[in-house]
Each structure stands twice: as C-alpha cells, then as structure tokens.
Design a protein around this ligand. Structure first.
Ligand code: MG
Length: 387
C-alpha cells in the first residue's frame, strides 16, 4: 500500500481517537495532514504534536489563541472556524477525509471534500441521512468514493467485495438491541440518561449511544444503507443480534447470505476504510468460535422502539423528511442528555416535528439547510412543552 495522507474531521471524538490509534500502529503507511475539533483544544494540541499534523482547525474561535500558542512554535498551522474546515478539507495534500464529527454540522465540510475529489471515509451518518440523494449524487459527479466507517455498513461493503457487481436483494442490518433490549415498555419509559448511556457492546460517543438505546441509530443506519448501497428501504431488514459478532449480512437472489464477523471494535472498520482495498494487521481481539458458543437473532420490537418505525416512515417519504427527522432527533437527544425530557419523549418529539415541518419532495442543498434550521426551531418549540 502506498502512503496515504489523512484528514480527520472531529479527531477528538470517539471515532477520531480510535482512528489515530489505528494510524499509531501504521505510522509508515499514514501521514496525518489535518486534524479538526470543535472544542477540545487540549486533546487537539496533544494529537497534533504526537502525529506531526500539518494543520489543525479549532472550530470554537475563542480557543484559537490557546491552540496557536501551543502549536505554532512547532510549525503546525492553526486555523479557527467551520469555514476553515471546509477550505482545508479540500487541500491538495490530502488523499482521504475521515468525517468523524457528530450530527448535521458535518454536512458542509463533507460536501466541500467531495467537491475537491477527496475519498470520503464516512463516519458521520447524519450527513447521508439528511442529504443522501445530494451527497451520493455529488460523489458520482466528482468521481470520488464514499467508504463507510459505520461497522454495519463497513460489513456490508466488505461482504460485497468480490461479488462482481451482483446486487444484493436484501441487506440484513444487525442491531445489538441496546441497553433496553430485555426491558419492558413500562420500565423503558422511566429510563434515565445514565441507563441509556450504558451500552452493552460498543464503546461510542454520547449521541450515538443514546441513539442506540432508542434504536434511532438503527433507523439512521437503514437510511444510510439505502444511499450507500442503492437499495429500497423494503430490502433492508433489521435483525436484533445481541452478541454483535455478525456486523451485517447481504443476501443474493440465489439465497446465498454473506456475513462479516468480528469482535466488536470500531478500529477494524475505521482501518479498513483508511487502507481499502488493502488489509493491514490490527492489535484487536480475535474471534474464538468455541468460546462464543451461540449467536442469537430476533426481530426488533417496534412498539418498544418507535424511533425505528419513524425512520422507515421518513425514508419511504424521502425528500427532506429524513432531514426533518434527524434534526428533531438531535434536539430531543440533547434535551434527554440534559435530563430535561423523558425517554419516550424523544420519539414523540420526532413524530410531532415530522408532522409540523413543510415536506419538500426534491430538495436541493439550500433547501436541506433551510429544512434543518426549520426542524431545529420546530423541535425546540415542541420540546419546551415537555419540560
Ligand atoms: Mg453502527
């Protein structure tokens, strides 16, 4: 594999830190060109020094002085603000842009990187949820690839290697079921923030962990899969698999099912996205099938997890509806993380917001940004009624 020059947008978050751990194991194969962070100036400085980044961006402009003072003596270029992220993500010195920021805010810089022809290692699923048709259309137009980092989508992508263009008739998207899989609806309705943050299998950031507890994460992933693999929502079947050993499967028309397995560790899909199509060594735990004993599967309980049904509804309507749903979810999850609303208020707020914002069948990028603003406003207004 030839050396690759990497930009990590959101390097101080969970995915960003694990990506740097992958790079730490293969310093001869990856150069860190650009690191960006929202607020975590201290960790950003540490990372930039360890990996000898060429440039960094701190989005929170009030922290510029602190970062510049620490890094400029080491000849690391320091910038501030979201606009700088968009400009630098397209620079000539970068081969792959890992989009690891959280939420809709990742859309603008992802679009900028695609327009500059960069390979996108996509970890920011909200980008594809909110603007899947536009983002995948731009990737085609600018002749670049979007390689999934999300473990399920990386699994599907890996399962399709060697299929010689045969399209899957079905995608089996596995779900751990989250921390409330075995709870009844009544008990879930009283779930606290700390209980929701206690994910049984995956070590992830707060937003995605709450999304896992509501199963909205799986809903976002259904939409993400629709755009990445060009299938209808009806071809995507969610299956609860609490061991999280099978990361997803594809089924072909002859009934053959191909699965990708591994011990749950995000560094594997991150590394594959950065090294694709090469495979590199990784110091992760390997599977021991005799120890595993058995793997189990069941259908998701849509009554206990209404967010999953809302996501199917949003992608069936398509247009700007997934964007509305995503914005409402971001608002509701934030309120839940601040202990301001109850657990089932999250899907309630999403449902009401989806009914309360104007539907547009074929939105352009400007319409998506307007929809996001409007849905944020509307969801905020609805959320205040629950507090
Ligand atoms: Mg996932």
């Amino acid at each position: 594999m030839e050396k690759r020059r990497i930009a990590i947008l959101g390097s101080t978050g969970s995915i960003g830190r694990q990506a740097l751990d992958v790079i730490r194991q293969h310093r001869d194969l990856f150069d860190v060109e650009l690191l960006t962070a929202n607020n975590s100036s201290g960790l950003l400085i540490e990372q930039a020094l360890e990996f000898g980044a060429n440039s960094v961006v701190i989005c929170n402009e009030s922290k510029y002085e602190e970062v510049a003072e620490a890094l400029q003596p080491h000849y690391i270029k320091v910038f501030a603000g979201m606009k700088s992220v968009c400009e630098l993500a397209g620079s000539d010195e970068i081969d792959i842009v890992l989009t690891a920021m959280v939420g809709f805010s990742g859309l603008e810089s992802t679009v900028a990187a695609i327009k500059a022809g960069k390979i996108i290692a996509l970890a920011n699923k909200e980008t594809l949820v909110a603007a899947g048709a536009i983002v995948t259309g731009l990737a085609r137009q600018y002749g670049t690839a979007i390689i999934p980092v999300d473990s399920e989508h990386s699994a599907i992508f890996q399962c399709l290697q060697g299929s010689f263009g045969a399209k899957p008739v079905k995608i089996h998207l596995t779900a751990s079921g989250g921390p409330f899989r075995t709870w009844d609806r009544d008990r879930i309705s009283k779930a606290t923030r700390l209980e929701a943050l206690n994910h049984p299998r995956w070590n992830m950031g707060q937003k995605v962990t709450i999304d896992s507890s509501t199963m909205m994460n799986k809903g976002l992933e259904v939409i993400e899969a629709k755009w990445l693999f060009d299938v209808d929502p009806g071809q995507i079947e969610v299956v609860v698999h609490p061991q999280s050993v099978i990361h997803s499967m594809v089924e072909f028309e002859d009934g053959a099912v191909i699965a990708q397995l591994g011990h749950p560790d995000m560094r594997e899909p991150i590394q594959y996205a950065l090294s694709y199509p090469s495979r590199l060594s990784l110091d992760n735990r390997k599977l021991n099938f005799a120890e595993l004993g058995e793997l189990t599967f069941s259908a998701p309980d849509m009554r206990k997890f209404p967010a999953l049904g809302l996501a199917y509804e949003a992608i069936r309507k398509s247009g700007n509806m997934p964007c509305i749903m995503n914005a409402a979810n971001e608002v509701a999850v934030k309120a839940f993380l601040e202990d301001r609303i109850g657990f089932y208020d999250i899907p309630d707020i999403i449902e009401k917001t989806m009914a309360g914002v104007d539907f547009v069948k074929e939105p352009d990028l400007d319409t998506i940004f307007e929809t996001n603003d409007e849905a944020f406003r509307k969801a905020g207004e609805i959320t205040r009624r629950y507090i």
